[in-house]
Design a protein. Structure first.
Length: 80
């Protein structure tokens, strides 16, 4: 394996999650917990949580907010 494989995999996962969130937020806003969308995006809840922090800083077309924490983080996503 090349040294760039993990970065490419991460970018692919990040893109997949970003596209999913953009689609879900297209009509307004969406609230979710990572564990409830994990199967839909093909990622673990832990991966989603880590990627949400990255997307919050890098996704210019989405507004991502850590909304609340009750047994797991709830995220709020809207179109920018």
């Amino acid at each position: 394996m090349s040294a760039t494989t993990p970065a490419n995999e991460t970018e692919s996962k990040e893109s997949r999650l970003k596209n999913y969130l953009a689609q879900k937020a297209s009509d307004g806003e969406v609230y979710f917990k990572s564990k409830f969308i994990a199967d839909e995006v093909g990622l673990s809840a832990k991966e989603i949580g880590a990627l949400m922090v990255k997307l919050r800083d890098s996704a210019t077309d989405l507004e991502i907010e850590k909304w609340s924490y009750t047994s797991a983080t709830t995220w709020r996503v809207t179109r920018a």
